[in-house]
Design a protein around this ligand. Structure first.
Ligand code: 13P
Ligand code: SF4
Length: 305
């Protein structure tokens, strides 16, 4: 076993820390993590652990969510510059301006957003529960989804509710082209195509299922099919292959890589545990408002309709 892994394990013990890794992290980071999962699942796990320190291997908004839900814990993000370009496409100033013009609207904010944007929102959502969140809003209300236009268009179709949205997108998912998926489907007849709702409506329409990263893992675990084409960031292949040794997984494009999700290395994790930095926290006034929007989401029943 490489010495750095022993070193990280020893530091985790000394600091009473847990290591959480998002499903898109580098393979070697997922391999040493105490738990892997999607953005919300990891933040919820962070509230349940009695560790004093959370080492969050993901992007900035995820570490912020963990800190919003567990302010008493130290949340380390081993590389502070690991951000989410889609989350950065909207800021509090522009959302506040929109709200002033639409004072009656309900703002539904994807968890891929800053704490300040969450604080200005009525309710949050994830890729896995966005349809239920929108269905929980009383009929007749104006609904505005930020920041992902693709998630919003998918939810509008799936929920049957009329939505307005911010014109943000995930550069990794948005660029997947229908021709690439068609080519892969032709090459692998019989394979199921599953995709993330951050892909364009054209791609979602081609899919056998549209799911969050955790939803994809569950779908492939349960499915009797033996071959899958996966429309999301290629880091998910690590868990898919680990959990399903008898099945085959392919991504339709070499560009399905989120550079931000690959920034954190084992050395960064070690260094952050030594220096106990960089730590992510949210000013209390912002945290309380952002938590209200996250709590509203967590209160929506899973099968609300
Ligand atoms: P999940 O919450 O489905 O893991 O997705 C996070 C993300 O960043 C997708 O690009
Ligand atoms: Fe953001 Fe897209 Fe990267 Fe997810 S894959 S963290 S949405 S840029």
């Amino acid at each position: 076993m490489p010495p750095i892994i022993d070193e990280i394990r020893r530091l985790l013990k000394e600091r009473n820390a847990v290591l959480l890794a998002h499903n898109y992290q580098r393979d070697e980071v997922q391999e040493i993590a105490d738990i892997t999962g999607d953005s919300l699942g990891l933040s919820q796990y962070a509230t349940r652990t009695d560790a004093d320190v959370i080492v969050f291997c993901g992007v900035h908004f995820m570490a912020e969510s963990a800190s919003i839900l567990s302010p008493e814990k130290t949340v380390l993000l081993p590389r502070l510059e690991a951000g989410c370009p889609m989350a950065d496409m909207i800021d509090a100033r522009r959302l506040a301006a929109w709200r002033r013009e639409h004072p009656e609207a309900v703002v539904v904010t994807y968890v891929n957003s800053s704490a300040e944007v969450k604080a200005l929102s009525d309710i949050c959502c994830t890729s896995g529960n966005a349809v239920n969140v929108v269905r929980s809003i009383p009929e007749g209300k104006e609904i505005f989804m930020v920041p992902d236009r693709n998630l919003a268009r998918y939810v509008e179709k799936a929920s049957g509710r009329k939505l307005a949205w911010w014109d943000g997108f995930c550069p990794t998912h948005d660029q997947l082209a229908a021709a690439e998926v068609m080519k892969e489907k032709k090459a692998r007849p019989g394979a199921l195509f599953i995709t993330h709702p951050e892909c364009t409506p054209e791609i979602c329409d081609m899919a056998d299922a549209v799911l969050s990263t955790s939803g994809m893992l569950e779908f492939c675990r349960r499915s009797p099919a033996k071959e899958f084409i996966i429309g999301t960031e290629s880091g998910l292949l690590y868990q898919l292959r680990k959990e399903n040794p008898g099945k085959q997984f392919h991504v339709p494009s070499r560009s399905m890589i989120c550079a931000n999700m690959k920034i954190i290395t084992l050395e960064d994790i070690r260094d952050s545990l030594v220096s106990m930095s960089p730590a992510v926290s949210v000013p209390e006034a912002v945290r309380l408002k952002a938590k209200t929007a996250l709590d509203a989401m967590l209160a929506v029943p899973r099968d609300a309709s």
